[in-house]
Each structure stands twice: as C-alpha cells, then as structure tokens.
Design a protein around this ligand. Structure first.
Ligand SMILES: Cc1cc2nc3c(=O)[nH]c(=O)nc-3n(C[C@H](O)[C@H](O)[C@H](O)COP(=O)(O)OP(=O)(O)OC[C@H]3O[C@@H](n4cnc5c(N)ncnc54)[C@H](O)[C@@H]3O)c2cc1C
Length: 503
C-alpha cells in the first residue's frame, strides 16, 4: 500500500458517495488481481505493484468523479482494461486507485449506413465482433491478444493489428472517443462534432496525442470505431524456406506487390522455428529442413482473394518458397491468437525443461535494417544466456506494418525463469532491454511498434528517440495533469515535476 490510512479512509468514503459498494474494491485478492500483467517481473518484488484499491465505474461520468476525487486527495490513478499490456503500463507503480473499465462494455450504437459503431471501452474485439457478425460486419483490430485486450487498452497503447496491412492499425480504426482528462474534465477527441468523421483539418490533430500515452493523459471511456464488411474469403498461404535470407526476400516482395486484399505477413526466423518445433504445443509439425517461415493472409470477396492469392503464390515460388498446404496454413494463421496462451516452458543451457514466462521486446524497423537488427538482438540474448540459465532465446518474428511493407514490427521473444529472477538477473535483463532498444535506434527505428516502452531499460532511451519532442511531452503532461496523479512514474514523465514527481 502506498497511501497512508488517514488518506485512504476518506478516499474510500468519497468514492462510496459516487459509486455503489460493489464498485469499490479494497479486498486483497481484488487488488492483487489488478497488479499483474503478462510481462515477467521479479516475484520477490511483487508488493511494490499492488494498488490500494480498485474501482469498477460504469459510465463516463463515474470515471470523471473518480478522477476528481483522486485529484482532490492527490492520489495516483491508473487505468486498466484487459491488463495484457507488456510494458507495465497498467501496473500501479505508486499504488493508488486502479480504474478497471471492464463494466463499461456496452455496444451503444451500430450505425449501418455510416459503417461505425460506438462502444464502451471495456469491450473486447472478440465480443464486439460476435455482435457485428449478425450484421455482416467486422471491427478488424486484430492483435495476438484479440480475445482478452479491450478497446480502451488498444487506445492507451495505440496498438498494432496483425491484419493492419489491409485495414489499418488501432490509430486508424478508432475514429473518436470520449476521454476523461487527469483533472476530471470530459472531452471528445476526434474530428467533427458528431465523432464519425475520419478526415478533417480543423485545429490540432489531437487524436494521436490521446492514443498511446499509456494512461498518463487520462481515460478513454466510449469510442466510435470504423467497421468493414465481414470478409467473405480468407487465403492464408504458409511458405517454408531452408534459410532466413530467402524468407526475408520473399516477405518483402509480397508486401511490395500492392495486392489490395493483402492483410499481413509474418516472417519467423530460424530461432523461432527451432523454439516452436521444440517447445510449443500448438506447433504443427514441419519437415526438419524448414528453417524459416512466411505466413501471409488475404481477406476480401471470394473472387478478389482468389486472384490476389494466385499472384502471391507466384511471387513466393519465385523466391524459392515451398507451399506447405492449406491445412497447415489455416491452422497456423488461426493460432495467432493463442500461440502464447499455451503452457510455457523453456530450456536451460543443458537442455533441461523449466517453467518460463514469455517476454518480448518489440521495435518498428525499416525493411532494409531487419537482418542487421536480428543479428545484433540475438547476440544480446546469447550473451545473457552465456552468463545465466534464467533466459532462453525464443526467436524473432517480423510483421509487415502496411501494404507497402516500409517498416515492420519486429519482436524478439525471450523465455524468463521468473522464479529465479532475483535482483542480479533483473539488472542483467534491464541492461539487455536497454541494449535492444539502442540497436533499434542505431538502425533508424523506433523502440516500440505496439507495446509502448515504459518499462525499466527501454524507457531510458525514450528521450533519445524523441529528442526535443520529449520536452514537449513533459510540457503537455505538466499542463494537463498538474497534480501528476494520472499513472505517475511512467515514461520518465516525473521529470515534468519537482523532486520525486511531486508538483
Ligand atoms: C499474448 C499477447 C499477445 C499480444 N499481441 C499483441 C499484438 O499483436 N499487438 C499489440 O498491439 N499488442 C499485443 N499485445 C500487447 C497488449 O495486448 C496490447 O498492448 C493491448 O493494446 C493492451 O490492451 P489491454 O486492454 O490489455 O490494456 P491494459 O494492459 O489494461 O492497458 C495498457 C495501457 O493502456 C492504459 N489504458 C488502459 N485502459 C485505458 C483507457 N480506457 N484509456 C486510456 N488508457 C488506458 C493502461 O494504463 C496501460 O498503460 C499482446 C499481449 C499478449 C499478452
């Protein structure tokens, strides 16, 4: 707990004036359940991240009331949606109030003519799409965490959709939203007064400012989203290669081909293939000489998908691809949502199987820099592994970001033996994360393409990436959150205030 009891009691009392008792949670289990995210953390430092209480608001006005109370009592407040974020964004570093928005999960409107829907930000894409399917529509934000991350968290992280080459990423798909500022004022973010306009040039383009801030600039409560016709057909060719270089050349050619139904492609390197072959229950057996894979996907009407598919097959064959058959293709592309939900285990250097949690470091890298980044990232993990058995290299993959394939989300997955993550191993890991981020910057990339970068290690390099922009971030934070209550301690934003982040 970080709030003194003489402050906590009046905070709880004030909250109980605006929320029902079942919306104000103070029990240990309720609080502990909201401290955890999937990224491994030294277990012995668990107590540092537990909130003092959690609230379950049901409307924008209730969220605003909670934020006003936090402001009045100078208490930290942290928005939390699915809790699937991988850089500790929803972890309350200073305790305080966790605002769990899961009860704000209603579909308020489906506008069939304008092809939009308006939802509470506590809804998941899976639930939303179950309803939209009845109208022949989809909301195509499709992270690997599709069933369990929620619309508000997608806004908070400005997420990456695996089929973004066809439909765009979260930033493109969210048209507008209602947002509670750190002072408790409510604003509408997005173009036009109706909230359904996708392109305007009135004033500053504030939408991007209020996306991807990891809950440091407020809480999105209700969002209007773009919808598309539910695709009639899917084609997901799955290509095998005996070496990385041919697979790399192939994925670039597929992305650059300009096939309109092309929704995305992923490139698995030989480390990833070896890990899947060895330790992933969901892996579909492949011939032993397969060392790299490219999995593409096309969505659209039957006739256009068939034509686009033929072209991609031709391009892949020209790059030496071996087509592995429809069953493997469909099975593996479908596994994108649950690959990381399988029981996790890694290997020590001696090959012993041990329980390991999954951690990934992501970056946005231009196509031409992928091979060099891959070499340097694997070298960093190899060095860690030489020194300790706490870490295992689970390989890399790269996803196209858009139909031209100019830059890629590239990610290295690391198995971490969480129970052995003592202070020494944690320090080694933080340094490795910093080194990984430095490689991304050295090659002209960004530290993060989708998860954000507010964890120890990579966060240190955010000012290097943004330059003068980081100073602007500090100015914005100080202006919008004068009491530094909104998710304090993240993104080095305490530097906007006095000592210890105190205004
Ligand atoms: C198995 C797995 C696969 C993943 N694959 C992908 C992927 O393909 N693409 C991708 O982009 N990410 C992926 N992620 C990461 C994660 O799912 C995303 O970062 C996601 O956007 C987080 O959503 P969430 O609802 O879980 O948010 P949370 O983890 O609850 O919150 C994330 C951040 O947003 C803030 N926030 C939460 N709610 C709000 C709100 N209403 N308003 C403002 N800020 C808010 C939080 O304070 C926090 O900083 C994956 C994670 C896992 C575990």
């Amino acid at each position: 707990m970080s709030i003194a009891t003489d402050v906590l009691d009046p905070v709880v009392e004030a909250l109980r004036h605006v929320l029902r008792d079942d919306q104000v949670l103070t029990a240990k289990t309720d609080r502990y359940n909201r401290a955890r995210v999937p990224a491994p953390f030294p277990v012995h430092r668990w107590a540092e991240r537990v909130p003092d209480l959690a609230v379950l608001p049901e409307s924008t006005e209730e969220v605003a009331e909670v934020v006003r109370i936090a402001n009045r009592f100078h208490v930290p407040i942290v928005p939390r949606d699915g809790g699937t974020g991988l850089t500790d964004g929803a972890v309350p570093l200073r305790g305080g109030i966790v605002v769990d928005v899961k009860r704000m999960n209603r579909i308020h409107e489906i506008d069939l003519d304008n092809r939009t829907c308006t939802v509470g930000t506590g809804i998941s894409m899976l639930k939303l799409n179950e309803e939209l399917a009845r109208h022949g529509l989809i909301y195509p934000d499709d992270p690997a965490s599709y069933p369990c991350s929620l619309v508000g968290g997608r806004i908070g992280t400005s997420g990456w959709s695996l089929i973004g080459s066809r439909y765009g990423h979260t930033r493109d798909l969210v048209l507008s939203f209602d947002h509670v500022l750190p002072t408790g004022e409510v604003m509408h973010v997005g173009d036009g007064v109706g909230g359904k306009v996708s392109k305007s040039s009135s004033g500053y383009q504030l939408k991007h400012l209020f996306m991807g801030h990891q809950g440091t600039l407020g809480i999105a409560t209700r969002a209007t989203l773009k919808l598309f016709p539910k695709p009639e057909a899917e084609f997901s060719p799955f290509f095998a290669f005996s070496d990385y270089d041919s697979a790399y050349a192939c994925v670039g050619a597929l992305a650059r081909a300009g096939v309109a139904t092309f929704a995305g492609a992923v490139l698995f390197d030989e480390w990833k293939v070896a890990y899947l072959r060895r330790d992933d229950e969901a892996y579909i057996p492949q011939p032993a000489d397969v060392r790299a894979l490219v999995c593409a996907v096309l969505y659209g009407y039957e006739d256009e998908v068939r034509a686009g598919g033929r072209r991609l097959m031709r391009i892949a064959r020209e790059h030496g691809a071996r087509y592995l058959g429809d069953e493997i293709s469909e099975g593996d592309w479908a596994a994108r949502h649950d690959r990381y939900a399988t029981p996790l285990h890694g290997r020590t250097k001696a090959g012993q199987v041990v329980p390991m949690s999954w951690h990934c470091e992501d970056a946005a890298i231009n196509y031409t820099n992928l091979p060099a980044v891959r070499r340097e990232w694997h070298a960093i993990i190899a060095d860690l592994r030489r020194r300790t058995d706490v870490f295992d290299d689970w390989g890399m993959f790269a996803y196209t970001s858009g139909s031209t394939g100019v830059d890629y989300l590239t990610e290295i997955d690391v198995g971490i033996w969480e129970q052995r993550l003592d202070d020494r191993a944690w320090e080694m890991w933080v340094k490795a994360k910093r080194d990984i981020a430095a490689v991304a910057l050295k090659h002209g990339g960004s530290i993060s393409a989708c998860h954000g970068s507010c964890r120890e290690g990579e966060v240190d390099l955010v000012p290097d990436e943004l330059g003068r922009g980081f100073g602007v971030m500090l100015d914005i934070k100080r202006t919008l959150d004068p009491e530094n209550i909104m998710n304090p301690g993240k993104y080095l934003l305490d530097r906007a205030y006095g000592e210890g982040g105190r205004p």
